[in-house]
Design a protein around this ligand. Structure first.
Ligand code: FAD
Length: 559
């Protein structure tokens, strides 16, 4: 694929890196916030092997960059999750005598120079890291490569985030796919064609005796403190405690969440959202939850999906490990065909993740506030016309907080399935995929509020906020993205509600005002009932909103 993107520029830059560096005095693995684990971590594994080979210390560096977190609208919950995981990693690295150096660095534009001087200070001749595919991060790495070359430092940037990295699955014309189905078919064929390569299980890092020998000189690196919080990303004590309970940090809980999804029969209550591990780990290979995923994954009134996204986004579990485990189950003789289809379906969902990373790598404008389908950049939004007129830049500021937007954010739109989902997001930092689609569609089509405002709010609230998946999901729902939902296929939130929450348990759980309501009224309460129960009336009638959306999408630029 020959697009002039920061991704392809970095790939070119990497071919020019120093070919045969000297051994150096130590090796650095620069850990990023998307690869917070020891197990099956490509860059860490390679760095450890290199350190062993030359009998020199391995140093792990982690840079906390608050300015990057602001630029990416990172949620305080995600930052807190990162810090909790760093604290656990510190213990694991210390057992292996590997110094884990954590620093807070600003301004972000000087990170390349800082990294290079760190390497020079410790006599590093090879630096390993896993690739981040966002534009700013790619540009930063290009600069690092350029600075490193004259100093004889080799930069090894590995692909670790995806199963099949960007640029491998391409069309016959060697272009990036902008439609998911052919991408997914090619993705699956590529994967099956070389399973041992794409699903490689990278060895764990080994204890670093050399660093023990050099304890005196490396001493200060062993003593870095993991901050409790990052300025500007503080959580309330209550939220901090809640996140800790719902999303326990560390590789062991992450492995349990996977295990629970693959092998347990019993479903925990998704509704309370507390303790995803609550159902324990009763091993029952003949009847597992993944087997039902094919048919039931869209149900949001029970625990139908893996809930691994928080762990996958921060790289606390490797996506290869998830794929290996599910394929192993698929190949086991005990799995019957309908169950195998559940497993296949889950792999396809994981392929969506790769697909969206591919899109951000090859069409970086989508992550810079632009719609993939440029014709929709002129759609007239209710809240802030300025950003849709210019069609560029991160949308949304406090002025955009029109009353309807506030009601959407707080779960007070008067549409029960939307409100239950938004309250779930605000409470748990997570939402089921269908709930994300329904709320995103409602914001963009019923309320006609710019998708970029919703995209940002999700990033600010989600524990699993990931630029590529979030942007992909929002542009799908707003019909502006690659392979989007066509603009005329507007979800009716009331029919969706009956399909995804047929028991009504989800709505009743998150909306106490409606807890006593049974039957269809729950999904669409009458004005009299809503009034009696103190629940808001809908902001707008769906049919009226639908007509407005159809009109504005059909004729972008017109009211
Ligand atoms: P499962 O159904 O168990 O799927 C397993 C894994 O596959 C997920 O953990 C995820 O890594 C991947 N996956 C599944 N569906 C998708 C999808 N549609 N797109 C990309 N990857 C997928 N996912 C995020 O990880 N971070 C986000 O910030 C994010 N924002 C979204 C915003 C919108 C508007 C929409 C519609 C979707 C978004 N998604 C996002 C995708 C999806 O909703 C979540 O990955 C999923 O709900 C996570 O729950 P799970 O782990 O139980 O998923």
């Amino acid at each position: 694929v020959d697009a002039d993107t920061p991704f392809s520029q970095l790939m070119k830059e990497l071919t020019k890196t120093v070919k045969q560096p000297s051994d150096g005095m130590s090796v650095v693995y620069w850990m990023r916030m998307c690869d917070l684990r020891l197990r099956d971590n490509k860059a860490l594994s390679r760095a450890s092997a290199q350190a062993q080979k030359h009998d020199i210390p391995l140093i792990v560096l982690f840079i906390i960059s608050p300015q990057d977190y602001i630029a990416h609208d990172r949620s305080a919950r995600r930052i807190d999750f990162v810090l909790r995981n760093l604290a656990i990693l510190k213990g694991s690295f210390s057992e292996l005598h590997i110094p884990f150096h954590v620093v807070v660095h600003t301004p972000r534009k000087t990170i390349p120079k800082f990294v290079l001087s760190f390497c020079e200070e410790h006599g590093v001749k090879t630096l390993f890291t896993n690739m981040e595919y966002e534009v700013d991060e790619l540009r930063r790495d290009i600069e690092i490569c350029k600075l490193a070359f004259p100093k004889g430092i080799r930069i090894e940037v590995m692909h670790d985030k995806c199963i099949v990295e960007p640029g491998v699955v391409v069309t016959k014309q060697e272009k990036a796919y902008a439609v998911y189905s052919p991408y997914q078919r090619n993705w699956m064929a590529t994967l099956n064609g070389n399973l041992s390569h794409f699903l490689e299980d990278c060895p764990l890092p080994v204890a670093n005796d050399s660093s023990v020998r050099l304890l005196e000189s490396l001493g200060p690196l062993f003593n870095s403190q993991i901050p409790e919080t990052v300025a500007g990303f503080e959580l309330t004590d209550e939220d901090k405690a809640k996140m800790k309970e719902i999303w326990p940090a560390g590789e062991t809980p992450a492995a349990h969440v996977l295990q629970r999804f693959l092998t347990t029969k019993k479903r925990s209550s998704q509704l309370g959202g507390v303790d995803p591990l609550a159902s324990g780990s009763t091993i029952c290979p003949k009847f597992n939850r993944i087997a039902k995923y094919g048919n039931e994954r869209d149900r949001i009134d029970s625990d139908t999906t893996s809930r691994l996204s928080a762990y996958l986004t921060s790289g606390i579990i490797s996506v290869r490990q998830c794929a290996r485990a599910s394929m192993l189950l698929m190949n086991s003789k005990k799995v019957e065909s309908d169950k195998a289809s559940g497993i296949g379906r889950w792999l396809q969902e994981i392929a969506w993740r790769d697909f969206y990373v591919n899109i951000v790598a090859f069409f970086p404008r989508v992550s810079m506030g632009r719609p993939y389908l440029e014709k929709f950049s002129q759609v007239v939004w209710e809240n802030h016309q300025a950003s849709s007129d210019s069609g560029i830049g991160r949308a949304g500021n406090d002025d955009d907080d029109v009353e309807t937007l506030k009601r959407w954010k707080t779960g007070m739109t008067g549409v029960p399935i939307v409100d239950a989902s938004m309250r779930c997001l605000n409470e748990m930092g997570w939402m089921h995929n269908r709930a994300r689609m329904i709320t995103a569609m409602y914001l963009t089509k019923d309320l006609m509020i710019d998708w970029r405002v919703g995209e940002r709010y999700f990033m600010e609230m989600l524990i699993d906020g990931d630029l590529s998946s979030n942007n992909g999901g929002w542009q799908w729902s707003a019909s502006t993205g690659v392979d989007p939902c066509p603009y005329f296929r507007i979800f009716n939130p009331y029919t969706q509600s009956l399909k995804v929450d047929p028991t009504g348990d989800f709505i009743r759980h998150w909306i106490p005002e409606l807890r006593k309501v049974r039957g269809p009224d729950l999904h669409n309460p009458s004005a009299a009932l809503a009034d009696k129960l103190g629940y808001p009336l809908p902001i707008i009638a769906h049919n009226e909103a639908r007509e407005r959306a159809l009109r504005r999408y059909k004729n972008p630029g017109e009211q």
